[in-house]
Design a protein around this ligand. Structure first.
Ligand code: WT7
Length: 634
């Protein structure tokens, strides 16, 4: 990768320029030099944003697992690929070498094939952060099956929605999961989910928590015995660069979750190149991303990006607070982690505990710190820099999305200087622009606008599973010939971008993307709820938390009970992450004359900002605003 390894600012500038002047030349060079292809593409790029069509390297043949595993075996078979760090610090960690990972992936591939899984079939994976999760993901990729990982914190109903949407006939799960000092009955959740997902005929169950597993005859099978008896080699399926690699669901502002589809070739090229450069990963470094593989961060930057680079990647099963708030730093010390990548919400939660949990721990191995998932506030940034980086580790604030597959805007350690709360500059090949309210590109700096990208990069999602029209409508119809991110941003006079947050009805809570409409739909299912509106409000740890304004059908029996019932419903239908922090019952919601709920006003009230409500006289019911202010929850 030499010529294209970014190691100075001048080099960044010149590579960036090349990548914009000749994107096809640039990316084909990167793709040719760094990966093994079974045959080459015909055209590097075909695209038309107005129809949401993007194809990179079409016609080229490859298998991403040969790039992540097989090709490292010759010189690095004994190198550790994955360090598995269990929830309980008294249980030993496990180092999985490239050879062993290869063999285990092949065994899993053979098990899946034996169960009838073929190229193009969808496979739903609902597992905690244990090695089998990584292995199953890679096994799907090896046999050309499309993995759909569902975060194991989602509820039965969220799981069945996702299974049904992509018509997955098989689910891989475990008896349960550990989370700090709790266990979660994952198999029970799957059993519930499958009552509404009759399409599933096979469930493979990994034993993790040694609970008594209730196997349903003819459907459920214990996985480990099958793996033990499976052959340790499985030929990799030949995939087209444009064949789908996986589906990963993300919440939309309305309706059901969107199954973002990523393809094999471009995704591999982009996640690998960004991983290497943004984390400045060097041979023999130990890299740790604390995300769950159930999110895109885990797909791209725990598995595919690191493994394509023959890196050593840490996979942590537990939570930052167990057995105490020093757990992250224990792990950094234990495995001598060099690059550490986490979310602002985790940083804030740890900062709140003070520095005593860091004291006495040797975290001097750290070289680079990263953050992702939401804007990082200045205070958290400085805490991270001072107490974890000791002022010596550059922080990369990486902005991207499930839809983008890889990081699009970020500083580069030692090369592009960080600026607190700024994601800073576009990565190589990325062309971000800000758009004003009249759909014009803003050319001057020191302005805010809506963030769009005007040229495709290799790992952009190709479609929404089963609904290309929705893909076009959501991302490519707001502005002509542009990908619209849904975020607002500010650009300073040096071209640095600062993400200001979502400009649609998506709220980022603890780094999780939550659409307001799907939550409102669930609340409205409560038999005493007439109507509801959800907004985000600033929260010390979570970044944003949810505030629900609810009108009841029968307001004579308002009680704490209803609040609990509402949160229980949300927890059951979506997952605990979507629960409301505050619920205010109100006689009416402020509405425009056309009947639209004025969320802008509710947002201000939830943030205790009553001064700038704007002109409310044009509302249908201005008196509702006063009543809400009077009873609002501080
Ligand atoms: C949304 C995407 C990409 C992995 C995790 C989230 C917000 C993400 C940053 C950042 C400010 C950020 C955006 C984006 N976001 N990273 N560094 N600074 N905001 O993936 O669930 O698809 O959410 O997360 O609002 O649109 P996601």
């Amino acid at each position: 990768m030499d010529k294209y390894n970014i190691s100075t600012k001048d080099q960044y500038d010149s590579i960036y320029k090349d990548s914009i002047n000749d994107p096809e030349g640039f990316w084909s060079e990167i793709a040719l030099r760094n990966f093994s292809w079974k045959s080459k593409w015909k055209n590097v790029l075909e695209w038309d944003f107005n129809h949401a069509k993007v194809e990179w390297f079409k016609g080229a043949k490859l298998n991403i697992t040969e790039n992540c595993l097989d090709r490292h075996l010759e010189s690095n078979s004994d190198k550790t690929a994955i360090i598995f760090e269990p929830n309980n610090p008294n249980e030993s960690s496990e180092k999985i070498t490239y050879r062993s990972l290869f063999e285990r992936v092949c065994q899993m591939s053979n098990v899946l094939k034996d169960k009838g899984v073929k190229k193009g079939d969808r496979v739903c994976i609902y597992l905690p952060m244990i090695p089998e999760l990584a292995i199953t993901v890679l096994a799907c990729a090896r046999i050309g099956a499309i993995h759909s990982v569902v975060f194991a914190g989602f509820s039965a109903s969220a799981l069945s929605t996702r299974i049904n949407d992509c018509e997955s006939k098989i689910v891989i799960t475990s008896d349960g999961s550990y989370r700090g000092n709790k266990t979660i009955d994952l198999k029970g959740i799957v059993d519930d989910a499958l009552l509404d997902a009759e399409i599933v005929d096979t469930v493979l169950v990994v034993n993790r928590i040694n609970s008594k597993i209730n196997l349903i005859e003819g459907r459920d099978v214990l996985l480990r015995p099958l793996l033990e008896n499976a052959e340790k080699f499985c030929k990799a399926e030949v995939m087209d660069a444009e064949d789908p690699l996986f589906i990963l669901y993300t919440s939309g502002s309305t309706g059901k979750p969107k199954g973002m589809v990523h393809s094999c070739g471009g995704y591999m090229v982009y996640t690998s190149y960004t991983f290497k450069n943004i984390f400045q990963y060097k041979k023999n470094n130990i890299y740790w991303c604390t995300a769950d593989i159930g999110w895109i961060t885990g797909h791209s930057y725990i598995l595919y990006g690191p493994l394509a680079n023959c890196a050593t990647t840490v996979m942590f099963e537990g939570v930052p607070s167990y057995p105490d708030f020093g757990r992250f730093w224990d792990i950094v010390e234990k495995h001598k982690v060099n690059q550490f990548y986490t979310a602002p919400t985790a940083i804030r939660a740890l900062a709140k505990q003070g520095t005593s949990y860091i004291a006495g721990k040797d975290i001097s191995s750290l070289k680079v710190l990263g953050t992702v998932g939401e804007p990082i506030n200045e205070e958290a940034w400085h805490w991270y820099d001072k107490n974890i980086g000791k002022g010596k580790c550059p922080i990369v604030d990486t902005w991207w999305q499930t839809e983008t597959g890889g990081v699009l805007i970020s500083s580069i350690p030692g090369i592009i200087e960080a600026k607190p709360t700024f994601a800073t500059l576009p990565f190589i090949g990325v062309q971000p622009v800000l758009m004003d309210n009249n759909s014009n590109e803003i050319s001057e700096s020191d302005v805010v606008g809506r963030l769009c990208i005007k040229f495709p990069w290799p790992s952009i999602a190709r479609t929404i599973w089963g609904d290309h029209k929705r893909y076009v409508d959501t991302y490519f119809s707001t502005f002509d010939n542009m990908y619209f991110t849904g975020d607002g941003a500010y650009k300073d006079s040096h071209g640095n971008f600062r993400i200001t947050g979502r400009v649609d009805d998506v709220i980022i809570v603890s780094g999780h993307n939550l659409g307001t409409a799907p939550i409102e739909d669930v609340i409205n299912e409560h038999n005493n709820v007439a109507e509801s509106a959800i907004v985000g409000f600033p929260h010390e740890i979570k970044g944003n938390a949810l505030y629900g304004f609810v009108t009841l059908k029968n307001s004579s029996n308002i009680s704490e009970n209803i609040k609990n019932e509402i949160n229980k419903l949300i927890s059951d239908k979506i997952g605990p992450i979507a629960k409301l922090d505050k619920i205010q019952f109100t006689e009416a919601l402020p509405k425009t004359r056309s009947g639209k709920i004025m969320r802008r006003i509710l947002r201000k009230i939830a943030a205790n900002d009553f001064k700038n409500l704007g002109d409310i006289s044009t509302l249908l019911n201005p008196e509702a605003v006063q009543a809400i202010i009077e009873n609002h929850i501080k």
